[in-house]
Write a protein that binds this ligand. Structure first.
Ligand SMILES: Cc1cc2nc3c(=O)[nH]c(=O)nc-3n(C[C@H](O)[C@H](O)[C@H](O)COP(=O)(O)OP(=O)(O)OC[C@H]3O[C@@H](n4cnc5c(N)ncnc54)[C@H](O)[C@@H]3O)c2cc1C
Length: 203
């Protein structure tokens, strides 16, 4: 949850829409935003080949571009409508922060059915813990497809790649973190492992 944060465009390719949540130092923005993340399993959800996860990202980001109106607006829907499975047509009390803008509609087309079902189930449960999380006027903006890396470069107990000695896969891109803090922690772990290796090898 980013209190006082913004939803930002993280698109890196033509004809794709990707969102990401960003905490602001000021925490003074009008909205609080939170990514609702659904875990996906490589073996079950994209077993085709080693880069199939990237293909899935591309497919969903292209779909979001189309659903957003092919103008880099992001598809969006009010939580109340989403939970009732009806498309949104007008905003209510919440003004979304995503720039260049949003296109209201039906987000159930934007992600695989298992992900939509999980999000529909989760929002009322989160609301029990964080009162107001399921506020009907709250705006869902999509899609955040890059919460973590769709590939993982395998490494051993010594944090070295299992097939390339001296290579230390680390952080989000290598599939070992998702977010600033977990990436920093993984970086420290790898630095410590590297230091241990250097000590072991030095006379
Ligand atoms: C728009 C946006 C908003 C985000 N907001 C948040 C947030 O609010 N809170 C949060 O916890 N996380 C947030 N994240 C996620 C967070 O930024 C990442 O999880 C974190 O930065 C990953 O750290 P990392 O060191 O693993 O990789 P990165 O930060 O991606 O660092 C990798 C570095 O490697 C460099 N690099 C790439 N290729 C090469 C090369 N060939 N040679 C040399 N250098 C290279 C890159 O330039 C980069 O500097 C956000 C991400 C985005 C995109």
């Amino acid at each position: 949850m980013c209190p006082g944060g913004t939803v930002v465009a993280a698109t890196s390719e033509d004809g794709h829409v990707v969102t990401n949540g960003m905490s602001q130092y000021s925490r003074h923005e009008r909205n609080a935003n939170a990514a609702i993340v659904v875990g996906i399993d490589p073996e079950k959800d994209y077993p085709e080949h080693v880069f199939a996860g990237i293909d899935l990202q591309h497919k969903l980001e292209k779909l979001a571009f189309d659903l957003g109106g092919k103008n880099y607006h992001a598809p969006a829907q009010l939580v109340g409508d989403f939970l009732q499975n009806k498309p949104s047509t007008v905003l209510a009390s919440v003004t979304p922060s995503y720039q260049p803008g949003i296109s209201l509609g039906d987000l159930s087309k934007a992600l695989p059915a298992f992900a939509i079902d999980a999000i529909r189930e989760a929002i009322p449960v989160f609301d029990k813990k964080i009162k107001g999380f399921a506020m009907a006027d709250a705006v869902l903006t999509g899609v955040e497809t890059r919460t973590s890396s769709p590939i993982c470069i395998k490494r051993g107990k010594d944090f070295q790649s299992i097939n390339t000695r001296g290579l230390y896969p680390a952080g989000e891109g290598a599939g070992y973190a998702g977010g600033i803090l977990s990436s920093a922690i993984d970086g420290i772990k790898v630095a410590e492992a590297l230091a241990m290796e250097i000590l072991k090898e030095s006379p």
